[in-house]
Design a protein around this ligand. Structure first.
Ligand code: ZN
Length: 384
């Protein structure tokens, strides 16, 4: 007996560029005026009832089971590969090295400290980081994760537009502002709860430095490459942006001279305390969200100052963020040498029109040529 083919849902708006899987499922559910949990139950059927599919917390956006992606692919026509890219698992290995939280300090060294931006290579020293995964809030992949550590954020201006999804990048401490509207990211429940609480929508404008760094990150996510001094792969940009808050979080003694002065300048321009007031170094992913925001603001200012030449980046990736020099322009081919006069009748005629006497001189020594050019030479003499 043949199994009954899965029926495609009648309404299935396509995912938007860079949208998180959880956001798209929310939008699908809204089409039918039901909750996302009900839609998931309908899609997964018995698998959902048996509790085989995890649906809680960050699972949808981190690494959902392939059965879940397959169920949604059948009911919407969006391929499993396209759905996979809407999760962090789809960012491995280009944008993230791995999602394994237990890869140990080696994962941190490879992703964050293999290259440097502001500081000369190998100056960051060594730090032990356990249970670490790039960009993912600390320990959020373990069962003991406090749910509040995984706060989804939204762009207030985007939220006003009906049908606009939430970017996957907004789930992580990766961006500060909306690349389209220039408004700062806000905590989701503060944006969505304002109509109920009769409060104004939270709104903070992003600075030009924030918009610049976020546009690059958005370009990396949607185009797979970023245009800097040269065009680089999105993976290079993600590692570069992650190295910046790490360098800004290091304790650099004031005796370090130019390096200390550079950090001082960055934090002064960013209007934050040095190292955002950190007393003890911790990886960026373990910091409170307010401190992460301040670190990213420092990173945005550092890139802006490096691009204008107000600070000198000395890292292995500094050639990507420094002031752009005018690209060398091809000098062009040298002009061809003037044609050498050929010893012949044609040449003699040309010169004759300028000087009959010269023509005679050119034709001298060649009686045959003189005979042929003389009529013209005589004519020139008559016209004088
Ligand atoms: Zn927006």
């Amino acid at each position: 007996m043949r199994a009954e083919p899965v029926r495609r849902w009648p309404l299935h708006p396509p995912p938007q560029p860079g949208e998180a899987l959880s956001s798209w499922i929310d939008r699908l559910a809204a089409c039918y005026n039901i909750t996302a949990a009900l839609l998931l139950a309908d899609a997964l059927g018995p698998a959902h009832e048996r509790g085989k599919i995890r649906l809680e917390g960050p699972d949808l956006d981190v690494d959902p089971q392939v059965e879940l992606l397959g169920a949604f692919a059948e009911r919407t026509g969006v391929s499993v590969a396209d759905l996979h890219v809407m999760t962090f698992a789809g960012w491995v290995p280009c944008l993230l090295d791995s999602l394994g939280p237990f890869d140990g300090p080696e994962a941190f060294r490879t992703y964050v400290r293999q290259d440097s931006v502001l500081l000369p290579p190998r100056q960051a020293g060594r730090h032990r980081t356990e249970d670490w995964c790039a960009w993912l809030p600390g320990r959020s992949l373990t069962p003991q994760v406090p749910r509040k550590a995984w706060r989804r954020r939204m762009y207030p201006e985007c939220a006003r537009e009906s049908g606009r999804g939430v970017s996957l990048a907004a789930v992580l401490p990766l961006m500060l502002s909306c690349p389209d509207h220039g408004c700062r990211l806000e905590v989701e429940h503060e944006v969505t709860g304002t109509p109920r609480w009769n409060k104004p929508m939270p709104y903070r404008s992003a600075t030009p430095a924030m918009v610049a760094i976020d546009r690059c990150t958005w370009q990396a996510l949607t185009a797979g490459k970023v245009t800097l001094a040269i065009t680089v792969h999105a993976g290079v940009w993600f590692r570069l942006v992650r190295s910046l808050p790490d360098e800004l979080s290091l304790a650099i003694p004031t005796s370090a001279g130019a390096r200390a002065l550079m950090m001082e300048r960055i934090w002064r321009e960013a209007d934050h305390q040095r190292r955002t007031g950190l007393k003890v170094w911790r990886p960026y992913e373990y910091l409170r969200s307010e401190v992460q925001e301040a670190m990213l603001e420092g990173a945005a200012v550092a890139l802006q100052l490096a691009a204008t030449g107000e600070i000198t980046a000395r890292g292995s990736l500094s050639h990507l963020v420094g002031p752009q020099r005018h690209p060398p322009v091809y000098d062009g081919d040298p002009p061809p040498p003037p044609p050498r006069p050929r010893r012949g009748v044609g040449c003699g005629h040309h010169v004759l029109r300028r000087s009959g006497a010269e023509a005679v001189r050119l034709a001298s020594g060649s009686p045959g040529r003189l005979h042929r050019v003389l009529p013209d030479a005589r004519g020139l003499r008559r016209n004088r």
